[in-house]
Structure formats: C-alpha cells, structure tokens
Design a protein around this ligand. Structure first.
Ligand SMILES: Nc1ncnc2c1ncn2[C@@H]1O[C@H](COP(=O)(O)OP(=O)(O)OP(=O)(O)O)[C@@H](O)[C@H]1O
Ligand SMILES: [Mg+2]
Length: 289
C-alpha cells in the first residue's frame, strides 16, 4: 500500500510544487514506484513534468466530481518509476460544485484507494489555500510535508495550517501525521536564512528535515523545460538537495525506523511569535497567526 504524502502550505510560492515534483522524481529515481497527484488548478506540477494541462481531459477535476476513476487518469512520465494524475484549470470549479455534496472532503481519499496499492509513494501537490482541495488532500494523506521558505514571515500562517491539520485529524483522518518541515530557498550568504532555520528548528525540533533546499536557479529553470531537476541538470545543487531529501524520506519510512518520532509535536500548540519572522523595520505588524 503506497504511502500518501501531501505537500501543503497555504502560503503561496514557498516551494510546494518544486518539492512535490522533485521529491517524487527523486524517489522514483531510487526505483520506488511513485505517483504525483496535482490538486492545484494552476497545474504547475503537471507542466513541470512536461504535460500541457490544457490538453488533459482526464484529470483531478473529473476524479473529484466522480465522473471517472483515478486509475483512468494516471499518465506515465518520461521516468520509468514515475506517474502523474494531471490537473486542469477547471479544477477551480470543483470546490463550488462539491459544496453541497456529502463526504466532499473524502472524495480524494476514496478515489486514491483504488490506485495507491500500485505505488510505493503517492505525492500530492496542494494549492496555496486551506480550501476544499487541500482538505481533500489532507484527508487522503498519511502524512503532510510542510515546505517553509527561508525568509521574513517564515512562520506566518503556520499556526493556521497546524490548526487545520488538527481539525482534519480530529474529524476526518485520525492517522494524519507530520512527515516533516522542509526549509526551502536557503541562501547561505544571508545570515537571515540561518536565523530562520534555527528558529524553525527551535519550534519543530526533529520534525525539521536535516536536508535543506538551497536557492538554485536551475530549480527555477527546470519547469519551463518540463523536467524534474535531475533530468534537467543532474549535477546541480538542486538535484543533490532533492536526492538527499528523498533518501531522508525513504529512511524515515523504513519499517521500524527510529529516525522519526511520531509523538514529538503537539499540533494544537500555537506557533510562537518571533522577531526573525518580522520585516526589518517593524516589530508590531508581524504577529504569527
Ligand atoms: N530552491 C529554489 N531555488 C530557486 N528557485 C526556487 C526554489 N524553489 C522554488 N523556486 C521557484 O520559486 C517559485 C515558487 O516555487 P513553487 O512554484 O514551487 O512554489 P509553490 O509553493 O508551489 O507556489 P504556489 O503556492 O503558487 O503553488 C517558482 O518560480 C520556483 O521555480
Ligand atoms: Mg504550486
């Protein structure tokens, strides 16, 4: 039975899609069969693997509204162990169409139950919101990986995300665990980057991956070629970082792994306010949600 990991953070542009595409590709490169599920109407994970989302007619949208099964939507990527359920811009309508449906948060979970046994890992790329699409992903997932960008306001909104995870755990998916917090777009030249990593580690402790994703221009170029970083530039630091992340995820998920304590975080604990998350001039306006 494949492990389902949702990549979520309602904050935009923190590296969710970059992480979903490149973690999925790196796990696949280690010869574990992997399914990437694009649940974002922006369809960046779909185009990131070289598919034109406008041409897709069997997508997450059709799966969520129940018109086709997930199995019918699975596309083979150019990598042998990597498949994709693509997205399409019409997914924006799904949230409205599903609003009066019963079990609307559980659509993804039941849809994926038919395909997860064919894969070792299922990675879900979430949109930048805590709406019905993300709720579906969190309800379907075994764990959630939270990318956090190394910048001012890094912790902003994380309280709200943890609260949502807590609500999903309580009402919809008691098994949901935090896979880990991933620091992204780290710039070693900036003292700020180090301060932010330190601060996030203080709060999330061993839940923070040892792997840190550095800023690397090759990572931002790869999607326009429709390739994961390891096919675009195998020698880049981006490839190195995401391969290392994949190894860390694989290690944490080995049976009987002691590398990962499931009880190490109380999800209801508020994220503490912190000076490093404030903009340089202000100390008043940056309270953590
Ligand atoms: N480590 C990195 N180094 C350089 N650029 C990066 C890195 N990670 C992500 N980017 C770039 O930053 C931008 C935002 O990244 P990405 O699309 O992965 O974020 P996201 O959280 O999925 O955004 P959204 O919330 O809109 O879905 C993209 O242009 C991406 O190419
Ligand atoms: Mg994205």
């Amino acid at each position: 039975m494949g492990k389902i990991i949702a990549i979520a953070n309602q904050k935009g542009g923190v590296g969710k899609t970059t992480t979903a595409v490149n973690l999925a590709a790196s796990i696949a490169a280690a010869e574990h069969s992997t399914l990437l599920v694009d649940t974002d109407p922006q369809a960046n994970a779909t185009s990131g693997l070289g598919f034109d989302s406008k041409e897709q007619h069997k997508t997450t949208y059709e799966v969520l509204i129940g018109s086709i099964s997930a199995t019918e939507t699975v596309l083979k990527s150019s990598m042998p162990f990597l498949s994709l359920i693509p997205s399409h811009i019409n997914l924006v309508g799904a949230e409205i169409e599903m609003v009066n449906e019963t079990n609307r948060e559980q659509r993804m979970r039941s849809a994926l139950s038919s395909v997860r046994s064919s894969f070792d890992y299922v990675i879900i790329d979430c949109p930048p919101s805590l709406g019905l699409l993300t709720l579906n992903a969190l309800t379907a997932a075994d764990s959630v990986l939270i990318p956090v960008q190394c910048e001012y306001y890094a912790l902003e909104g994380l309280g709200q995300l943890l609260n949502t995870i807590n609500i999903v755990k309580k009402n919809l998916n008691p098994q949901l665990d935090i896979e880990g917090v991933l620091m992204t777009m780290y710039d070693s030249r900036l003292r700020l980057s180090n301060q932010i990593v330190e601060e996030v580690r203080k709060y999330f402790q061993e839940k923070v991956f040892s792997t840190i994703i550095a800023r690397n221009v090759r990572l931002s170029e790869a999607p326009s070629f429709g390739k994961p970083i390891l096919l675009y530039d195998a020698l880049s630091s981006g490839t190195r970082n995401y391969m290392e992340l994949a190894q860390e995820v694989l290690k944490r998920n080995q049976p009987n792994s002691s590398a990962h304590s499931k009880s190490s975080i109380t999800l209801s604990q508020p994220v503490p306010p912190s000076t490093h998350t404030l903009p340089p001039q202000s100390s008043e306006s940056g309270k953590i949600a």
